[in-house]
Design a binder for this molecule. Structure first.
Ligand code: ADP
Ligand code: GLC
Length: 480
């Protein structure tokens, strides 16, 4: 098949979260499996400076209509792997900046223009490159308008740009809602402004566009597919999603086992596997040393790698301050995000001298070091479309402590629910729920034989992208 992926972040070129991992790995795996794959992404400064993106070739120069003006861009192409071509939509005005979505404090004020422009430039590239895609697959709100632009351009030019379009919701909490005046830059017919179109409580929603106008919808786990049809998790779009329930499936992401494999991971102090876990001790020591913590610390280490936002349940960790202060446990957090959570965690860390650390950097290597060196991995998310770290941690023999939401439900097996198969500890997403989970972890840690079994079962599970890619292939084939 000829498959085109379009996303606002793709690993390794640019990443702020799991979206990048998911798109990068899915596209790569599909190409390995023999499909002809193209990936479009904005030519952010950071992406074009990435070592993997050196010397792309200029393939097109486009002029894109943006309301009553025109804006031009270059389309740069890169052969990333056999059958895998990367296209960067490069326009300095929109993408030559420090950040991706914002400056760290606030989202950029022209994100409506940036991503309208991006989607339109992708559609125009599909036409001029004559890619004749079987599937055009767009991800999350920044590409929400793409299916609509695509069909509109097909009609306008009397051409076929894609047989089917697919739109994947990675996180319904981010919807790309902008003032209605942004609509003028779409150059779409007025009737699409209404309630049956992009209108969302008097504003314009990119996410709604994707949900309404793509031929097929997916999200990143079966549980999340159910949740987003409810008011509790649908973030206001549950009704729209319900109306398209027949076209929606939940497919769990995989993990890139070339990058996330403790037997080969170059970031680790020692490699290890389910059959021989001895190297994990050296990883624990390495983690404690790197963070300047007591290398002889004997208790369980709780690790966390996450965006410091409400979604990730940081407030639940902070609410359990007494547990962390008074129990013989260590806490290691790698994450960037909201200042209030950074400050709260810094406070907590200060109250645990020698056995807690917070690193507020984006650090790929450190994320591997934490995954390998911790005993338990904390993910008390309030909602979690799929989540990747709970899969990484199982692969690394680090027992996940997760709330019973979204993809966590589909990828972790609680040891009390299933004593013979359990791979982790699950709890309700509340402070009290997390407290119970932490106590259960401490108890499990004391029983090293039982702990070993839980670790090994996690490590022997297959979370590879191959499985996930096969599921997408089936979806594409059915769609066609
Ligand atoms: P989300 O996309 O909601 O942030 P996921 O679990 O799907 O959650 O993916 C998060 C990804 O980002 C993981 O690969 C995780 O290791 C990574 N990550 C998050 N924070 C950091 C950080 N500070 N440094 C390095 N990697 C990070
Ligand atoms: C989103 C979700 C996360 C998911 C990722 C990749 O960022 O928050 O749960 O794993 O997308 O699909």
């Amino acid at each position: 098949m000829k498959i085109v992926h379009v996303a606002s972040e793709v690993f390794p070129y640019v990443k702020t979260g799991g979206l990048a991992d998911a798109v990068g790995a899915l596209a790569g795996t599909l190409a390995e499996r023999g499909h002809e794959v193209a990936v479009f992404l904005p030519g952010y400064r950071r992406a074009l400076e990435h070592p993997a993106a050196q010397k792309p070739e200029r393939r097109l120069r486009l002029k894109i209509e943006m309301g009553d003006r025109f804006a031009s861009c270059d389309v740069l192409a890169l052969n990333a792997a056999p059958r895998l071509t990367l296209y960067f939509i490069s326009r300095e005005e929109f993408f030559d900046r420090q950040g991706i979505y914002g400056n760290g404090e606030r989202d950029y004020e022209d994100n409506d223009n940036r991503f309208i422009f991006f989607a339109k430039a992708v559609v125009e590239s599909l036409r001029l490159l004559d890619l004749k895609a079987d599937i055009v697959h767009a991800h999350d709100w920044p590409t929400g308008l793409l299916p609509l632009f695509l069909r509109y351009e097909e009609r306008r030019h009397g051409v076929m740009l894609a047989l089917r379009t697919v739109f994947t919701v990675h996180n319904i909490a981010f919807q790309g809602v902008f003032p209605m005046k942004s609509f003028s830059r779409t150059n779409l017919p007025e009737e699409l402004m209404g309630i049956d179109g992009l209108e969302y409580y008097g504003q314009m929603s990119f996410m709604k566009g994707g949900l309404l106008f793509a031929d097929h919808l997916t999200t990143v786990s079966p549980q999340y597919a159910r949740e987003i049809q409810t008011p509790e998790f649908g973030c206001g779009l549950d009704g729209v999603i319900q109306s398209r329930a027949a076209d929606l499936v939940g497919l769990v992401n995989g993990i890139d086992s070339a990058i996330w494999n403790p037997a080969t991971d170059p970031a680790l102090a020692a490699n290890y596997s389910a059959d021989d876990l001895s190297g994990k001790k050296a990883c624990r020591l390495d983690l404690l040393r790197r963070l300047g913590l007591d290398p002889a610390f004997p208790g369980p280490i709780f690790g966390m790698v996450a965006r410091l936002t409400e979604q990730k349940g940081i407030q639940l960790v902070l609410a359990n301050r007494r547990f962390f202060e008074t129990s013989p446990v260590a806490l290691v957090v790698l994450g960037t995000g909201e200042a209030r959570f950074e400050a709260g965690l810094r406070d907590l860390v200060a109250a645990m001298p020698g056995r807690a650390a917070l690193s507020t950097r984006l650090d790929e290597t450190m994320s591997h070091v934490v995954e390998a060196g911790a005993d338990f991995f904390l993910m008390p998310s309030l909602f979690e479309p799929c989540g990747l770290n709970q899969m990484y941690s199982q692969a690394y023999g680090t027992v996940p402590l997760v709330s019973r939401v979204g993809g966590l439900v589909d990828t972790v097996i609680d040891v009390e629910d299933a004593p013979q198969d359990g791979t982790g500890i699950m709890f309700r997403p509340t402070a009290a729920g997390l407290a119970e989970g932490l106590e259960r972890a401490v108890t499990l840690f004391r029983n090293s034989a039982a702990l070993r079994k839980v670790q090994q079962r996690g490590m022997r599970r297959d979370f590879s992208w191959r499985q996930a890619a096969v599921a997408y292939e089936r979806l594409y084939q059915d769609a066609l």
